[in-house]
Structure formats: C-alpha cells, structure tokens
Design a protein. Structure first.
Lengths: 408, 187
C-alpha cells in the first residue's frame, strides 16, 4: 500500500486503519486518465456538483418549508420574503434543478456520440440510466411541493397515468394518492420521498464511479489506453480542467439565479393550487417535455404510458442495440449523421411537448416519436451490420508520437 | 517537459526551492476557493437566524389599567411568559428595604421599575428556565413573597430579585415603555 506517501503522521495513522486517504489519492490524484479527453468529459463532475448543491440547498429549505396543503404555498412565500437569504436559496435550488438536467443531458449525449455505453462499460451506462430515472422521480415530486397550480395539476396528470394499467390501475392510483385525489396525504409522502431520493441517487452515483474506475474513462477516439504513454494523472490536469468547467457552470447559474430566476419555470405555479380549476395548458417543467410529447403522441392511454417509459427503456438496452465494434462517432460517418438527427429529434420533441396537443402539432409529435424509436430499434442495429467505418488509429498516442519515431 | 518554466523554480545551491510562479498561482487559487466557500456558507448558516416575520413579532402591547392592586397577570412576549404585578405599598416598601449589597445580583428596586407599583419581569427562572410560581392566588410565593421556582427551589422577592436558591441572577426586566397612560409596549 502507499501509506508511505503521506508525510503527516496523523494521516498515516488514520490511513493504516481506514485507508480513506489512500483511496482518495488513488481515485482522484494519481488516477491514470486518458490524456485526450475533451471538454465533453466535464459534465460528469458538473452533475456531481449539481447534486451536492441540490442536497445542501434542499436540506436548508426543508427547515422552513411546511408540507401541508394549507401552509405549503405560504411557507414557500415566507422563505422568499422573510427567511434570511431565503429568496437566494430557493432560486438556487430551483435553477440548479434545471441546470442539473442540462448537464446530465449533455453527459448522456456525450455517451451516445462516443460509444461510452459499449463493452465493457454496459453496467456503467445502465447505472447512469438508473440515476436519470431517480432524478426524474425526485424532480417531479419536488415540483409538487410549492403547491402551485402546476404542482397540483402536474401531480394529478402524472399520477393518473397509472390508471392505464389494466385491472389494478385504479387501486394503484388510490394507493399512490393516499385518498381519492391529489391531496394532503399525497403532498406529505412526496415531501418525505423527495428528501430521501437524492441520497439514493448519491448511492447509485458511488456505484457509477466505481464502475467507471474499473476500466477507466472512454475517450474521444474510443481506443483503449495501452499504457502510461496514453494517460496522465487525474490531479492536477483534470482537477484543474474540471475547475474551469465548474467556474463556467457557476457563472451561468449565477446569471440565471440573479437575473432570470423564473425564466425556466411556469408563471402558473405562482397561483395557489385550486382543485376546482384546471389551467388552460398543463405542462411539466422543460426537462420532461420530450417525454410528455411522446406520452401525448399515442392516441391510446396505456400505449402512451408504455411508449413514454419505453423511451427510457431503449436507453437501458442500448449496448445490445448498437453492436458496432467501433466506439466513437469520429470513425463512424453514417452513425454521426443519425446522431445529429437524433439531437434534432429530441429538441423537436421538447418543443412539441410544450405546445397544445392540437392540429399539426399532433402529427409532428407522432413523426418525432416514431423517429426516436426508429433510431434506437432499427437504425442503430442496422448500422452495426452495414456501416463502413473509418480506419482506427492504433492508439491514443500514435497520431502524436508516430512522427517522432517513439514507441506506440 | 525538458525545460522548466522559470529559473526561480530550480533548486538553489543549498537544495531549497525558491517560491515560484506556480506556487503563487496555487496559493491564490486555494485562497479564492476559501473566500468562495465562505461566501457560499454564510447565507446557508444565516438563514437559520430569526426570519423577518419572527423579528416583527418582537413587541407585545399590554393594557395595565385593569390590573388591581395586589394582582398580577401573565402575558406572552417572544414566546416567553412576562409577569406584570401591580404591587401593594407594602410590597414596594419591602423591596426598597433590602440592602442591595446583601444580594447575589445587586440591584436597587427603583432601577428595575419605571412606576414603583408596576413590576414587569420575564417569568423565566434564571437557573435553568422553568416558569416560577406566584402568579395565581394560592400559589407558593417563597420566603420573600415574590415568586418561587419549584424545579430547584429558587426564591425571588417582591422586586423579582434572587434571594435564595441556585439561580444566579434576578428575573430579567424586559425593555418596555408606556405608549399611553395605561398601555405598555414590551420589546
């Protein structure tokens, strides 16, 4: 073991009995990382940072929030007006939620482009999808807590989805509600679970990082590292690069929090929940819009629910849909085109999810939904078989060192 | 990495490295990080301090005209009981008769009241916080005829001063003022 590395005797005493310092050193200091990672590899650490910000601000908000239908809305307004810096902590919490999803979507699309889901990182990818699902559950329940119009009606719509399940659907919905409609029992249990889930997420994040460290990070050319010539130590190179990413992230977060704090929210949520009156257009928060579009695209209730969950389901099985031995899109020209079409499709789904389900929007949402599943279920497997990929370099260092005649 | 970036980083003759540009950058980064961490931590800690609405509830108004001589009332102020006693002439005389040098917490009675007949004290024992007895008729008032704390046996006199028992200081006199002849505002 490397206990001898530490000069401080107290550190050595602890590390000999509980190797936490050695573990930290191995994980984040000396840890060999591919030397060619680009800025698309920053989003994992930004996601981790977002989780920490959400947990810290959330715990603090929970000190002043009251989870009762008669007091919830007022308690949030009290936080905004009376609690010291309450407005700041609340705006940070709600804007970091959006930023968390931005960062995670970029992280996911990085994985899609560079083939980070391929062997031997299948389980790493699946753990990531699990984290994504947990994030969605957490965000959904969190949005209910202020008990505004969108909180209440969004909760009603989404919990009602489960009535689509044959035979047991209605009982499940009653079970979820704790009553005959979204009401106080629902709010209370959502508060409890919303407090719990982030810690479950943190646990899965630990597994995600353990799985990552088993084989190390993928890299932009998708070629495995062959030795020390292909890697650099995580500290100081990637710590400082991550700090640059963090600085830019916090700058953008500050712009949102201080200048446009409600830009990503819906004004209707500043109206106290009224079970007797449905808002004109019920929409979830922006990060759910693509899934909302898929849900509404299918004319059948159960079909819509199945396809909405199926949209995330295809992500789980992605390593087995795309079997091309070439990882990175850099060497897959046809795959690259379809990748960008998927990006356009995802943005289109998001746009359509925010529109009323009327007229030409319905047709467009159906086309976009069909394309999404076509991409994963038909195009990717076909590409695995038929695509002519570009020749791969021998190693990460090869394009650089070959000219100096050194060993590759 | 054949060349070092600065001559100041190569060891001098006795093997000690001079501080260089890199050290400056590293120290500056950590210093900014510490300032940033402090700036982030402060609002998260300060939000636990009383909020604006709690501070706004800091005053209570009481109409004292209805309290008969020899009678006492209890009002709530900042979540605590406040004893307001309309003292009899006898009680006032006994309070003044005490030599303050004999007291554990020396205080003259006249410094504890604005009008001698009206004693306003916070009804929380200065030992460990129980509410002393003596407000209701029939209550034990202790050996000095003021208040008696049943928790650990502190005796307070007719000026609310500690005379016997473990309490270290006299019953606190809250800040109050007469907003009219009959009405005081506490806090």
């Amino acid at each position: 073991m490397s206990a001898a590395k530490f000069s401080n005797p107290v550190v050595r005493w602890i590390d000999h009995r509980l190797p936490v310092f050695s573990m930290l050193d191995h994980t984040a200091h000396e840890y060999p990382t591919p030397k060619n990672l680009n800025y698309m590899w920053n989003f994992g650490s930004l996601a981790g940072l977002s989780l920490v910000i959400m947990i810290v601000t959330g715990i603090v908000l929970a000190m002043s929030y009251t989870a009762h239908v008669d007091y919830a809305f007022g308690s949030v307004e009290r936080i905004m007006r009376d609690v010291n810096h309450g407005w700041l902590i609340r705006y940070i919490h709600m804007n970091t939620a959006s930023f968390f999803f931005i960062v995670v979507y970029l992280h996911i699309f990085r994985g899609l482009y560079y083939g980070s889901y391929k062997a031997p990182r299948e389980l790493l990818w699946i753990l990531g999808v699990v984290i994504f699902l947990l994030m969605m559950a957490t965000a959904f329940m969190g949005y209910v807590l202020p008990w505004g119009q969108m909180s209440f009606w969004g909760a009603t719509v989404i919990t009602n989805l489960f009535s689509a399940i044959p035979v047991v659907g209605e009982s499940i919905v009653t079970f979820l509600w704790g009553g005959f409609s979204v009401d106080n029992p629902t709010l209370n249990r959502f508060f409890s679970l919303h407090y719990l889930m982030p810690f479950v997420i943190a646990g899965v994040v630990v597994l995600h990082i353990v799985a990552l460290h088993r084989f190390g990070s993928n890299n932009p050319i998708g070629i495995d590292t062959k030795g020390p010539q292909d890697t650099i130590s995580f500290h100081p190179y990637y710590t400082i690069k991550d700090i640059v990413g963090v600085a830019l992230f916090l700058l953008l977060l500050a712009v949102a929090v201080f200048f446009y704090p409600n830009a990503m929210g819906h004004p209707d949520n500043y109206i106290p929940a009224n079970p007797m009156q449905t808002p004109a257009h019920i929409v979830p928060e922006w990060y759910f819009l693509p899934f909302y579009a898929i849900l509404r695209a299918v004319p059948d209730k159960l079909g819509g629910v199945l396809l909405m969950f199926g949209a995330i389901g295809v992500l789980f099985i992605l390593p087995w849909l795309d079997r091309s031995p070439v990882r990175s899109a850099r060497f897959r020209p046809l795959f690259r085109i379809f990748f960008w079409l998927l990006v356009v499709d995802a943005v289109a789904l998001g746009y359509l999810g925010g529109k009323p389900a009327e007229g030409s929007y319905v047709v467009m949402a159906r086309i976009a939904t069909a394309w999404y599943f076509l991409h994963f279920l038909v195009i990717l497997p076909a590409l695995s078989i038929f695509e002519n990929t570009k020749p791969l370099p021998k190693s990460i260092s090869e394009p650089v060192l070959a000219t100096t005649g050194e060993a590759v | 990495m054949a060349n070092s970036t600065s001559n100041s980083e190569s060891p001098s003759a006795d093997g000690i490295q001079e501080p260089g540009r890199r050290d400056f950058i590293v120290v500056a980064t950590y210093a900014m990080g510490a300032v940033g961490a402090g700036a982030v931590a402060w609002p998260l800690i300060d939000q636990m301090n009383p909020a604006a609405d709690t501070l706004a509830l800091a005053s209570t108004e009481v109409d004292v005209s209805k309290i008969a001589e020899g009678q006492a009332i209890t009002v709530t102020w900042r979540g605590k009981p406040v004893f307001i006693r309309h003292r009899t002439a006898d009680e006032i005389a006994r309070a003044n008769a005490v030599d303050s040098a004999d007291l554990r917490d020396p205080e003259e009675d006249e410094t504890r009241v604005q009008r001698p007949e009206l004693l306003v004290v916070v009804g929380v024992c200065t030992h460990l916080g129980c509410v002393p007895l003596g407000q209701k008729t029939g209550d034990v008032r202790g050996e000095y005829d003021g208040w008696f704390c049943p928790c650990h046996g502190s005796h307070y006199d007719t000026s609310g001063r500690i005379r016997k028992g473990p309490a270290p200081t006299n019953l606190a006199v809250p800040p109050y003022s007469f907003v009219s002849d009959n009405v005081i505002q506490i806090g």
